[in-house]
Design a protein around this ligand. Structure first.
Ligand code: THU
Length: 123
Protein backbone atom coordinates (compact mmCIF):
# COMPACT_ATOMS: atom_id res chain seq x y z
CA UNK A 1 0.00 0.00 0.00
CA UNK A 2 1.38 3.42 -0.93
CA UNK A 3 1.76 6.34 1.44
CA UNK A 4 -0.95 8.16 -0.49
CA UNK A 5 -3.41 5.25 -0.14
CA UNK A 6 -2.80 4.99 3.59
CA UNK A 7 -3.10 8.75 3.98
CA UNK A 8 -6.42 8.67 2.13
CA UNK A 9 -7.70 6.25 4.80
CA UNK A 10 -6.43 8.60 7.52
CA UNK A 11 -8.24 11.49 5.82
CA UNK A 12 -11.49 9.50 5.82
CA UNK A 13 -11.02 8.61 9.51
CA UNK A 14 -10.53 12.29 10.45
CA UNK A 15 -14.23 12.77 9.68
CA UNK A 16 -14.93 10.66 12.79
CA UNK A 17 -12.87 12.80 15.16
CA UNK A 18 -14.63 13.79 18.37
CA UNK A 19 -13.09 17.24 18.76
CA UNK A 20 -15.78 19.64 20.02
CA UNK A 21 -13.22 21.72 21.97
CA UNK A 22 -10.36 22.29 19.54
CA UNK A 23 -12.39 21.59 16.39
CA UNK A 24 -9.13 20.23 15.02
CA UNK A 25 -9.79 16.89 13.37
CA UNK A 26 -6.92 14.41 13.05
CA UNK A 27 -7.10 10.96 11.46
CA UNK A 28 -4.62 8.09 11.41
CA UNK A 29 -4.32 4.74 9.63
CA UNK A 30 -2.04 1.89 10.71
CA UNK A 31 -0.90 -0.73 8.21
CA UNK A 32 -0.18 -4.08 9.91
CA UNK A 33 2.32 -6.58 8.50
CA UNK A 34 -0.56 -8.98 7.76
CA UNK A 35 -2.16 -6.35 5.51
CA UNK A 36 -4.90 -5.23 7.87
CA UNK A 37 -5.51 -1.49 8.22
CA UNK A 38 -6.75 0.11 11.45
CA UNK A 39 -8.09 3.64 11.44
CA UNK A 40 -8.86 6.13 14.18
CA UNK A 41 -9.22 9.77 15.11
CA UNK A 42 -8.65 12.09 18.05
CA UNK A 43 -11.14 11.81 20.93
CA UNK A 44 -11.36 14.84 23.20
CA UNK A 45 -12.81 15.25 26.68
CA UNK A 46 -14.27 18.17 28.64
CA UNK A 47 -11.37 17.62 31.04
CA UNK A 48 -8.98 18.69 28.30
CA UNK A 49 -5.80 16.77 29.23
CA UNK A 50 -7.73 13.50 29.10
CA UNK A 51 -8.31 13.72 25.35
CA UNK A 52 -6.38 11.30 23.20
CA UNK A 53 -4.64 11.87 19.89
CA UNK A 54 -5.56 10.09 16.65
CA UNK A 55 -2.34 8.07 16.78
CA UNK A 56 -3.15 6.80 20.26
CA UNK A 57 -6.74 5.83 19.49
CA UNK A 58 -5.63 4.05 16.31
CA UNK A 59 -2.76 2.16 17.93
CA UNK A 60 -5.14 1.32 20.78
CA UNK A 61 -7.53 -0.27 18.30
CA UNK A 62 -4.75 -2.37 16.80
CA UNK A 63 -3.55 -3.39 20.27
CA UNK A 64 -7.09 -4.38 21.21
CA UNK A 65 -7.14 -6.73 18.23
CA UNK A 66 -3.98 -8.40 19.49
CA UNK A 67 -1.24 -6.57 17.60
CA UNK A 68 2.04 -5.87 19.32
CA UNK A 69 5.03 -3.62 18.59
CA UNK A 70 6.77 -4.96 15.50
CA UNK A 71 3.49 -6.24 14.00
CA UNK A 72 2.99 -2.86 12.34
CA UNK A 73 4.63 -1.56 9.22
CA UNK A 74 3.47 1.99 8.61
CA UNK A 75 1.21 4.74 9.91
CA UNK A 76 -0.26 7.70 8.07
CA UNK A 77 -1.42 10.77 9.99
CA UNK A 78 -3.22 13.81 8.67
CA UNK A 79 -0.98 16.14 10.73
CA UNK A 80 2.50 16.16 12.20
CA UNK A 81 2.64 13.89 15.28
CA UNK A 82 3.03 15.65 18.64
CA UNK A 83 5.95 14.89 20.93
CA UNK A 84 4.00 12.41 23.06
CA UNK A 85 2.79 10.53 19.99
CA UNK A 86 6.37 10.27 18.76
CA UNK A 87 7.08 8.23 21.88
CA UNK A 88 4.13 5.97 20.97
CA UNK A 89 5.46 5.61 17.43
CA UNK A 90 8.85 4.63 18.85
CA UNK A 91 7.28 2.04 21.18
CA UNK A 92 5.46 0.43 18.24
CA UNK A 93 8.55 0.42 16.02
CA UNK A 94 6.93 1.78 12.85
CA UNK A 95 9.21 1.45 9.85
CA UNK A 96 7.49 4.28 8.08
CA UNK A 97 5.60 7.27 9.46
CA UNK A 98 3.84 9.38 6.83
CA UNK A 99 2.20 12.65 7.72
CA UNK A 100 0.96 15.77 6.02
CA UNK A 101 2.87 18.93 6.81
CA UNK A 102 1.10 22.28 7.30
CA UNK A 103 2.12 23.24 3.74
CA UNK A 104 0.36 20.15 2.35
CA UNK A 105 3.47 18.17 1.42
CA UNK A 106 3.86 14.63 2.77
CA UNK A 107 6.77 13.70 5.04
CA UNK A 108 8.04 10.16 5.59
CA UNK A 109 10.33 9.13 8.45
CA UNK A 110 11.33 6.03 10.35
CA UNK A 111 9.80 6.31 13.84
CA UNK A 112 13.20 6.56 15.49
CA UNK A 113 14.25 9.47 13.28
CA UNK A 114 11.34 11.46 14.76
CA UNK A 115 12.76 11.08 18.26
CA UNK A 116 16.54 10.62 18.21
CA UNK A 117 18.26 8.98 21.19
CA UNK A 118 14.82 8.12 22.55
CA UNK A 119 14.35 7.22 26.16
CA UNK A 120 13.54 3.57 26.84
CA UNK A 121 13.10 1.56 30.03
CA UNK A 122 16.55 0.37 31.08
CA UNK A 123 16.82 -3.39 30.46
N1 THU B 1 -3.79 15.82 17.94
C1 THU B 1 -3.70 14.55 17.44
O1 THU B 1 -4.70 13.84 17.30
N2 THU B 1 -2.47 14.10 17.09
C2 THU B 1 -1.32 14.82 17.20
O2 THU B 1 -0.23 14.28 17.00
C3 THU B 1 -1.39 16.26 17.49
C4 THU B 1 -2.67 16.71 18.12
C5 THU B 1 -5.12 16.29 18.39
C6 THU B 1 -5.24 16.39 19.88
C7 THU B 1 -6.37 17.39 20.02
O3 THU B 1 -7.61 16.68 19.99
C8 THU B 1 -6.28 18.24 18.78
O4 THU B 1 -5.38 17.58 17.90
C9 THU B 1 -5.76 19.64 19.04
O5 THU B 1 -4.57 19.61 19.72
Amino acid sequence: MTAEELLAQADAAAAHAYAPYSRYHVGAAVLARDGRVFVGANVENAAYPLGICAEQSTIGKAAGEGLRPGDVEAIAITASPCGGCRQWLHEWRFERVHFRRADGTVATYAADDLLPDTWDLPS
